[in-house]
Design a binder for this molecule. Sequence first.
Ligand SMILES: [Zn+2]
Length: 463
Amino acid sequence: MALIEYIRHFVRKYYPQDHLYLAGGMLGVVVLLLFLPDNDEKGATVTSQTQIAIPVQLTESRADTPPDYEIDDFVVPSQPQSAPIADTIVPAAQWQNVEVKSGDNLSAIFSKVGLSDQDLFRVLNSSEEASVLNRLYPGYQLDFMIPEQGELEQLRVFKSPLEGYLFTRSDTGYAVETILKEAELRQSFKVGTIADSLFMAGQAENIPAVHIMEMANIFGGVIDFILDPRAGDQFSILYEEQYLDGEFIGTGEILATQYTNQGTTYTAVRYTDEEGEVGFYNPEGESMRKAFLRNPLDVFRISSNFNPNRRHPILNTIRAHKGTDYAAPTGTPVRATSDGRVTWAARNGSFGNLVVLKHTGGFETKYAHLSRYAVRKGDRVRQGEVIGYVGATGGATGPHLHYEFLMSGVHQNPRTVHDRLPKAESIESAEMDRFRSQTAGLLQQFSNLNNSLFLTINQPSAD
Ligand SMILES: [Zn+2]
């Protein structure tokens, strides 16, 4: 949750509301919600000897109701719902639901539902699992079943919507059972068109911020999301959402995503390999994770007044220009574009504060004009790790990152060198059948969605 808060804060800071509205107004929006067919494995309850079914509540009869979306866009309607049948309703009065808030204490909660400290102790002493009650966190839910005044028949303690315990009164105290529910996964397919940046286009389509960031990571080896995007670039994404009893409880995994950059389309599909490692691959089985990232800055840390569609300003340097300049605010984190070792982290003439990394295969990368370092000479760094912060030290006239790429000591154009780098890892030929059988259906579905989307866009509106 901290991450989400951070993203919210970040978005507010760098993307003012009026920009978002403007971007939203400029973009076509199509949302297709796809509901998975009923599937026993994906039901709200699972049955096994250690797990129990949860008593039916009113809300469960509405499990197929589509979620409410704030955007008034195109949503595939579901079948009209029939009214719940009255005699299946469990009398609501029997269950009292209490959500734990910060500052609550157990004794007060028990007393609020009409139970004594003695009742509390009986539950607490009943089993090891009952110690969960001594470690309550805000957001936990306690459900009390008290059929007769002062007699606690059952207590449910939910640590999350999917996990908890059920305590049931017995002769000797309270018997305990584990509650494990499985979220219903629904798929969501969205497309967007770049007007300004990937982040703003994704926001306009209500794509969760974590997914937009993951998209940028997935394509980070083939697209420089600072310099490459152009207005009109299109992307699409198929991802899962978790529902429980018809209510949205969280986002799930990205299944497939596509980005068309200046006419070139990149498609990435999720695949879990034989070792259980999850990764994204193109349809031919080549890993999307490349030896080098296309750019050394975190695209989401660049302020919104940096326009990626405008060619970045030519900076006044007297040296022959042997790298790429990324205009960015002072303090923007700079990332290692590949795994390597720090061979320099100190001042160096017109480079100002400079970090140099040495990589396997005779490659070297340089990061100049930094305001601060995040590494020291001799450190090992991983791809994507922050090594310093943008600044304007040395010969820089304004804050920017000067990035150089060398192959066997010879400067390369960082923008074009990637085509000459060693190929990315591919699925072993022995595993290709497995890869194809696991991804073929998904890729076909994704392709159909992308195609149907173009038909939808091109057809005049029905009303
Ligand atoms: Zn430069």
